[in-house]
Write a protein that binds this ligand. Structure first.
Ligand code: ADP
Ligand code: MG
Length: 917
């Protein structure tokens, strides 16, 4: 097969690394070959003590990393980094958004005939990092492949480190939500000219996901299934409940191919030559379909606006919900599990109840919790170690940590056995007890407690576990003692008291006699060197010793490598058990974090109401989980009762109140309490009762959101539209100042219509708004809409000015004052301006009152009509805008009109006043 040529580089270009060029050195020809295989990567090419980059790679990398750009030969730009700083530079290159292929010398240059053998040993991409020094252990950063079939999209999502493998589906517009929920860092899409793919691509780009186009054939049903069957050794995909031609299977096949290419780029022959452990994708779990019915859906916008993973202000984990628990987790695997639980809460009452029961067990039994903590803290990151074992990238420290962790499994099982709530964790671990305990024991008895980071220096295995290794080490350590013993023995045997055994770098070991005694040297001493005053000899015994000592170091290293490979193979044989133990420990850690927070903060177990007919949401003295920590006892708890149940006031609560009163805090806290409950956690409240929500949708009006670039109002409406499409009567909808991004009247009208729609859906909803007019909805939709407001205390201060204090307390009923002027004064607006604003307000209020009297003269039947006509709603706003016809009339200069013009105008005005006539 002829090598493919890169279309971006013309063959005649002198800067073209791929151009066949007889003048290239053999090394550069090698380089060109690898570069051709990895055209989209920056290729770092080991040459002696440096990793070199050439051509465009060198130019780009030198810019991004501040390296000096040199020229290898004329016209060949080159930049390099010292080999021992590889990790540092890899990290920086990945952070700069590069994909990197690492090309190593896989042969000792001294042994090479001609050019040294090289191979690409690693391909690093944003979604496929597995080494601990390249990836943050806490972070969930998965790889996904996406396939679109008309409006349906399927994603296959893999955590390359742990091997977790999920399949999820949605409509094309929901892809962004899936990417956010699964923490996708890199998305593979077929390289096809398709507008649907392009739109997914831009959605992904907007959320910072790195994109990789892959050949379209890898997504074809036949090729994709072949990859899957081969990977999992199954005859048909029925084993995974997949049809061969369905989109999910095609995405899954493509992701497997990509993993193979990036994770195991070397042939086994090359690996052997390089002395590396075998590499497989054995850690990849069978693909599991995401069950949308069992999940409470959080879309990408809600994840962001509820600050689940990071805050809106600075994008940090500190201050987010995940951040709140991160400190309570003992292990990175626990933190990752917890992140998934909070981003993908449950919607199955039994599953939720099981987690609550487990947390209850750990809250009630503090002694047990206290004993579990240190065990989990000391636990290794089993899922990721399992991954590195499969990929042949495990380090001595990985294996020792694995051993120590596994050895504790039996004791851990005994600890949790009596706790009813932890039965599921116990039952998952129990069958692994014997197998993993034995593996753990065999590791810890053979390996030292504090192993070296790399096996380069040796020193992983204990003394006494291997005869050959012991012999080598004894030789190295005891060379001095052996030599002096040998010298003493020889001196007395031969009766040559001046005999000495010595060593020199050129001649090695020797026996030395003063010239005077040299005559008496017996035959067994073989002459080696004559000095001025002495003779030097060697014996077969000393020669043998010398050979052993000088090779002992190399031999012990080789022996340790051999033993390490065998140990890794032994661990890899129990990969599945290690992974299952990892899942169980991660679960336990996440549960313990929930329990510890609940205990420390006085949270309660929420009651999940299973009634399928009616939805409730009742919270007594609820708090905001993040703010309650920073405000401590200054935080004011609040109650809420929402639902379709008789005595509850309705499903939609409108919350009015001045700026800074606490509206946003309150509605977010309700969302977070619901989310926590469904993630399996206790909640910050005195009591909470709720039916399971199928979705939690949150939208924040333009002013509160931090959108850049796009029209903020457009964003706000797009996001709201998605809620209106997806919300059901089992959802929880949180709307914060929707409609604010446009002019008052537009905004008010939209807010009104949206609120009405949400109330009609019957979703439990909270709508914070500064449009007081909306509170009329409560009268129009009685039993569905209820008004709440935030209490404010007002009094006349010493200066005679009226003062307000925000009580942050939510009370029933509406408010009709916005206190904007008070807030402005608090913010330090000059007194004169504040006074003037107050005058204007009073004037406006007088006018307003007049208009309101006129409006209330409307027929009562119309006003309470739930399906109020459009015209009726509009009447609400007439107090703000005169009819446009009126405005035109006022401006007419009568004296300047001819009778004919006057007639025309009259006709236009009438048409305007009565559309449709
Ligand atoms: P709004 O949305 O009504 O403008 P916010 O919810 O943004 O008000 O709250 C403004 C500030 O008031 C918050 O930053 C917080 O410091 C404080 N606050 C809000 N709710 C409470 C509460 N329940 N207890 C104590 N302080 C609160
Ligand atoms: Mg607000």
């Amino acid at each position: 097969m002829p090598p493919p040529t890169s279309p971006s580089l013309s063959p005649s270009s002198s800067n073209d690394p791929l151009a066949p060029d007889a003048k290239l050195t053999p090394a550069m020809r090698q380089y060109a070959r690898f570069k051709q295989k990895h055209p989209d990567c920056v290729l770092i090419f080991r040459m002696g003590d440096f990793y070199e980059m050439f051509y465009d790679d060198a130019v780009r990398a030198s810019k991004a990393l501040g390296l000096t750009l040199t020229q290898r030969t004329e016209g060949v730009p080159m930049a390099g980094v010292p080999y021992h700083q590889k990790e540092t530079y890899l990290r920086r290159m990945l952070a700069a958004g590069f994909r990197v292929a690492v090309c190593e010398q896989i042969q000792d240059p001294a042994e090479a005939k001609g050019v040294v053998a090289r191979a690409v040993t690693q391909v690093l991409t944003p979604g496929t990092l597995v080494d601990d020094d390249l990836v943050t252990p806490d972070a969930v950063r998965t790889l996904a492949a996406g396939f679109l079939d008309r409006d349906r999209a399927a994603l296959a999502i893999v955590d390359a480190g742990s091997g977790a493998f999920h399949l999820a589906e949605s409509d094309a517009r929901g892809v962004g939500d899936l990417l956010a929920r699964f923490g996708v860092g890199e998305l593979l899409l077929p390289d096809a000219d398709d507008p649907a793919i392009a739109s997914v691509e831009s959605a992904a780009q907007a959320s910072g996901v790195s994109l990789t186009r892959r050949p379209a054939w890898q997504f074809r049903a036949a090729e994709a299934c072949e990859a899957l069957r081969e990977q999992f050794g199954v005859a048909s995909l029925g084993a995974f409940g997949l049809r061969e031609d369905e989109p999910a299977a095609r995405a899954a096949g493509a992701v497997v191919r990509y993993l193979r290419e990036t994770q195991t780029p070397m042939s086994e022959d090359d690996r052997r030559q390089w002395g590396a452990l075998p590499a497989t994708l054995a850690h990849l779990r069978p693909p599991r379909r995401d069950d949308p019915a069992g999940r409470c859906v959080l879309d990408a916008v809600s994840l962001r606006s509820l600050e689940i993973e990071r805050t809106m202000r600075d994008g940090q984990s500190d201050g987010s919900l995940v951040g709140l628990f991160a400190g309570a987790c003992r292990s990175a695997m626990g933190r990752r599990a917890l992140r998934d639980w909070l981003c993908m809460p449950l919607a199955d009452a039994d599953a939720i109840g099981a987690r609550h029961a487990a947390v209850t067990g750990l809250v009630d039994d503090r002694r047990l919790a206290g004993e579990l903590g240190p065990v989990l803290e000391d636990s290794a990151d089993l899922p990721r170690i399992a991954g590195r074992l499969a990929l042949g990238r495990a380090t001595p420290r990985d294996v020792v940590a694995l051993g120590r962790t596994l050895e504790r499994v039996p004791a851990l099982l005994d600890l949790i056995e009596p706790v009813a709530g932890l039965r599921a964790v116990h039952d998952a671990l129990a069958p692994l007890r014997a197998g993993l305990g034995a593996l753990g024991g065999s590791i810890t008895t053979r390996c030292v407690d504090a192993p070296p980071a790399h096996l380069r220096e040796g020193g992983l295995f204990r003394d006494g576990v291997d005869d050959e290794l012991d012999e080598c080490r004894t030789l190295q350590r005891d060379a001095g003692a052996w030599l002096s013993a040998y010298q003493a023995r020889l001196a007395s045997e031969l009766d040559l008291p001046s005999l000495k055994v010595g060593y020199n770098r050129v001649f090695g070991y020797y026996i030395e006699l003063p010239a005077a005694q040299a005559r008496r040297a017996p035959e067994q001493l073989i002459r080696k060197q004559t000095l001025k005053n002495a003779e030097r000899y060697i014996t077969p015994e000393l020669g043998e010793f010398e050979r052993k000592v000088t090779t002992a170091e190399a031999r012990s290293l080789a022996r340790e490598q051999q033993m390490f490979a065998a140990l890794c193979a032994q661990c890899a044989a129990q990969l599945d058990e290690v992974q299952r133990a990892g899942d169980a420990l991660a679960t336990l850690d996440a549960l313990l974090a929930f329990a510890d927070r609940a205990h420390a903060r006085g949270w309660v177990r929420p009651e999940i109401v299973a009634d399928a007919e009616r939805c409730v949401l009742e919270i007594t003295q609820g708090r905001h989980p993040v703010l309650e920590a920073s405000l401590a006892d200054r935080f004011v708890p609040n109650d809420l009762s929402l639902g379709s149940v008789g005595d509850s006031a309705g499903t939609l609560a409108l919350i009015t109140g001045p700026n800074m009163a606490g509206k946003s805090t309150f509605i977010r806290q309700v969302a977070l309490v619901t989310l926590l409950a469904q993630a399996g956690s206790f909640v910050p409240a005195e009591r909470a009762r709720l039916s399971v929500a199928d979705r939690i949708c949150t939208r924040v009006g333009a002013d509160d959101a931090l959108h850049r670039g796009q029209s903020t109002f457009m964003v706000e409406m797009t996001e709201t539209a998605s809620i209106l499409h997806h919300a059901t009567d089992r959802s929880l909808v949180i709307l914060d100042e929707i409609g604010r991004g446009t002019s008052t009247l537009d905004g008010l009208s939209l807010a009104w219509a949206i609120a009405e729609h949400v109330a009609t859906i019957g979703a439990r909803s909270l709508f914070a708004t500064h449009y007081h007019e909306l509170t009329e909805l409560a009268e129009r939709l009685p039993g569905r809409v209820t008004n709440l407001h935030v209490a404010v205390r007002e009094w006349t201060g010493r200066s005679g000015e009226s003062e307000v204090v925000f009580l942050h307390r939510i009370l029933p009923g509406r408010t009709d004052k916005s206190y904007g002027i008070h807030v402005a004064r608090l913010a330090g607006l000059p007194d004169g301006v504040v006074r003037r604003a107050r005058e204007v307000l009073e004037a406006l209020e007088r006018e307003h009152a007049g208009a309101a009297r006129a409006a209330s003269a409307a027929p009562p039947a119309l006003r309470s009509n739930a399906g109020a006509s459009q015209r009726d709603q509009l009447s609400l706003f007439t107090e703000y805008v005169p009819h446009p016809a009126l405005a035109r009339l006022r401006e007419v200069k009568l004296e300047a009109l001819s009778p004919l013009q006057a007639f025309d105008l009259l006709r236009e005005l009438r048409a305007e006043a009565e559309p449709g006539v």
